[in-house]
Design a protein around this ligand. Structure first.
Ligand code: MOS
Length: 780
């Protein structure tokens, strides 16, 4: 690396990463609370997002969407749009640039099995809202106007968008996704055990469609370079995944495409797969040899995937003392006709509670929809909800405290795989969370507390999610002045990655935060996975940790050559504080600049490849856990549910930064409240389209819906999952929240609601209108 460009680059990046003055100079460790280092850049607007990059002559693309759910395009009349001055082109399947047609070129790193959607490939319409054209004009306003003038005639074919109506076609997934774990094997005789159980539960659950609504809409700014090089600023959870797909679909050499995503305004799974705006902006840039920006509207955020509509049935049996003797958990969820999008829904039950007689089943129902998509804690958000409400029902049937029932049925090993957990501090989450909440003062019977018009209820639930580690490479460069640059094609979708990675490095090297710069969000950087599955800290963080250790080893090797006092020094005790390489406890110390320069260069560069130790990891179940306690206040006359208090106790390994980690959990809890009470995208099945695709009608929790959220971390030290004991906290915060709210509503009112969202109509409705019957009512 050229040293001048290196320092320029560091300075440029540093301008977006400024530790708050109060916390910059001190020493940091794993666990030091730090405000995020990109906060200033974000609140002052200097952090730029995909749709904020500009260039002279930039063109604007606006997507034209199909208005039928299934059919063939007969004709597209673009004449009225093209007649407007300033409209350069309307791309459709008839005039698009060359692109490949085989499935394999469209399979991104997170694609489920089957045939991926290919925008503008041909005349087929697979779902309502599908992009069928892209208008390109000199201004956004003009492009939007022109898009409204494009006339698309479609020969419609019969469609099916209702899970309920399609349930008869439910089948096992025929293609499996990488990383998908099929339901656990049947054990014992669950049906037989149900017949002889002292207490039983048989409950059906229904969850409506939810759409991702990050603050930042999906967007791509495609900058067309003089040499034909494409720089694509994209709202994505993985720049390399996007780069890979663009170069394959258009047959471009990989060094002709760069994807950048240094700042992402939330994604929650919507940015795991490259979205159609990326391919459309690229298409237009290639066609016109100009730079083009495509931003989806809020309405169009409802046109590329969603949390799938899901039906579940849970049957539980227990002996007189409350120990589980039978468990049957079945689920059926929608997918598209083209791909088998699959989620792990029923496996969590097997992992959470030991039971000798158990059956699990998971099926999919292909519909005329875009393939569903991962959304924060995909599968667990539904599956854990069902088992945790069913457990509450069992507690009520067995006249046991709900928390006591969980303690009675605590899994010390995973029953399905018969493996130990790498770490599992769930018991402490139960204990500490209950103490903080005051759970021991809970009155056992529902409908026991009323204040004014409100019934007050307390509910709890367990949460769990995977503790994953993938592979990643980090390049670490140390300058003679003690500046450290770390680089990896990781992503920070708002989770605090910049801060956490810099903190891991600062802690490992013994340098202040200002000495560290972490560069991410560029497909040219060393390989990193998509930011998904709550795996970045254990993955990229471990690679950072490894790279820093490698740097220290190299420094020690050099120091030993320069000064015999380092002969007995070890890497663990080495620090880089105050411009000196020192070894604690030995008095050995040398100027850092001299050690770095001793072999002639003005910096040291190392690379570290983190590969998970699969052989060791396979011997354990690796998961994070939570216990969620909720107080609700229910006004029965209005059907209104107010969440008054939440305590979320989280066991997710060592916490790198309690400030950003807490923020992740709060975000998850807020979404759990939203999932429980507000969010649902409703279809008009007669036309096969999502109808409430706006914030006026698609409700998300706002400040007024969210009380103070009390987050507690129960520390674990998990060296199976990561090099330094951390797991991940991106997803666990949402899991179990909706169940705890449902259970609290039951405790408040005596009314069991088994479908989400628990809207006022359901709160007021009689018991029989829940679960499966609620779904039948909805089917049109
Ligand atoms: Mo997450 S749903 O893995 O982005």
């Amino acid at each position: 690396m050229n040293s001048i460009s290196f320092f320029d680059e560091v300075e440029r990046i540093r301008q977006t990463q400024q530790p708050m003055a109060s916390q910059g100079t001190g020493s940091v460790a794993i666990g030091t609370p730090l405000t995020r280092i990109d906060a200033l850049a974000k609140v002052t607007g200097s952090a730029r997002y995909a749709a904020e990059f500009r260039q002279d002559g930039l063109l604007y693309g606006v997507v034209v969407n199909a208005a039928v759910a299934r059919g063939r395009i007969r004709s597209i009349d673009t004449s009225r749009a093209l007649a407007l001055e300033g409209v350069l082109d309307v791309l459709t399947h008839l005039n698009r640039p060359r692109m490949r047609s085989l499935d394999l070129f469209y399979k991104d790193m997170t694609a489920p099995g089957g045939s991926p959607f290919k925008p503008l490939l041909d005349e087929r319409v697979h779902y309502s809202g599908q992009p069928v054209g892209l208008v390109v004009a000199t201004s956004l306003e003009l492009a939007r106007l022109a898009a409204s003038l494009v006339d698309v005639a479609v020969d419609a074919e019969p469609h099916e968008t209702s899970l309920h109506a399609g349930l008869a076609r439910a089948r096992e997934p025929s293609h499996l996704k990488v990383g998908y774990t099929p339901p656990p094997q049947t054990r014992g005789d669950a049906h037989g055990a149900l017949l002889t159980a002292a207490h039983t539960v048989d409950a059906e659950f229904y969850a409506g469609v939810e759409h991702h609504n990050p603050m930042e809409m999906h967007a791509t700014t495609a900058l067309y370079g003089e040499d034909g090089h494409l720089t694509l600023y994209d709202k994505s959870q993985g720049s390399q995944n996007c780069r890979w797909i663009v170069s394959r679909v258009f047959g471009l050499p990989k060094d002709k495409v760069t994807v950048r995503n240094a700042f992402v305004g939330g994604a929650f799974g919507a940015g795991l797969r490259p979205q159609h705006n990326l391919l459309l902006a690229t298409m237009a840039a290639l066609q016109l040899r100009r730079s083009v920006r495509v931003v989806l509207t809020r309405q169009q955020m409802f046109t590329f995937g969603h949390r799938p509509e899901t039906w579940q049935r849970v049957r539980l049996g227990a002996d007189a003392g409350g120990r589980l003797t039978a468990m049957i958990h079945e689920a059926a969820a929608e997918t598209s006709r083209k791909e088998d999008y699959v989620e792990v829904v029923v496996n969590w039950s097997s992992q959470l509670y030991p039971c000798a007689n158990a059956r699990f089943a998971y099926q999919v129902v292909p519909l005329d929809q875009h393939s569903p998509m991962d959304m924060r804690a995909p599968g667990a958000a539904h599956g854990v909800h069902a088992i945790e409400v069913a457990m509450d029902e069992l507690a009520h049937a067995a006249k046991l405290d709900p928390l006591e029932l969980r303690r009675l049925n605590y899994a010390h090993r995973d029953g399905g795989q018969d493996l130990p957990f790498s770490t599992k501090a769930l018991k402490q989450c139960y204990d500490e969370g209950a103490r903080r909440f005051g759970w021991d003062r809970r009155l056992p019977l529902p409908r026991s507390r009323q204040e004014g018009n409100e019934w007050i209820g307390w509910g709890m639930a367990t949460g769990t999610w995977d503790a994953l580690q993938m592979f990643a490479r980090v390049r670490a460069t140390l300058s003679a002045s003690g500046q450290v640059l770390l680089e990896s094609a990781a992503t920070d979708i708002g989770t605090g990655t910049y801060t956490a990675m810099a903190q891991i490095a600062a802690a490992e090297l013994g340098v202040p935060m200002e000495a560290v710069t972490f560069k991410l969000g560029d497909s040219r950087l060393p390989v990193a996975p998509i930011q998904g599955g709550s795996a970045h800290v254990a993955t990229v963080g471990s690679a950072v940790h490894g790279a820093c250790e490698k740097l220290k080893k190299d420094l020690l090797r050099r120091a030993r050559k320069m000064d015999p006092a380092f002969a007995k020094a070890n890497v663990a005790a080495l620090t880089l504080r105050d411009g000196r390489v020192s070894c604690a406890g030995t008095g050995a110390s040398l100027p850092l600049s001299a050690v770095v320069a001793c072999e002639g260069a003005d910096h040291i560069e190392v690379k570290y490849l983190l590969l998970p130790n699969a052989l060791r990891q396979r011997k354990y179940v690796r998961a994070v856990h939570s216990a969620v306690f909720v107080e609700v206040r229910v006004d029965e006359a209005l059907g209104a549910v107010r969440v008054a208090r939440v305590v979320s106790a989280i066991a997710a390994g060592r916490i790198v930064n309690p400030v950003t980690a807490r923020s992740q959990i709060i975000g998850g809890v807020v979404w759990g409240i939203s999932q429980a009470l507000h969010e649902e995208t409703l279809s008009d099945h007669a036309i096969g389209r999502f109808m409430n695709h706006s914030f006026a009608e698609y409700h998300v929790a706002t400040n007024a819906d969210v009380p103070d959220v009390d987050v507690m971390f129960i520390e674990e030290d998990d060296r199976i999952v990561s090099r330094f004991g951390a797991k991940g906290v991106g997803e666990i915060g949402i899991v179990g929240v909706a169940a705890a709210i449902s259970n609290a509503i039951f405790h408040a009112t005596g009314r069991r609601i088994r479908s989400t969202p628990m809207t006022p109509d359901k709160v007021m409705a009689p018991l029989a209108d829940e679960g499966w019957s609620a779904m039948s009512k909805r089917a049109t």
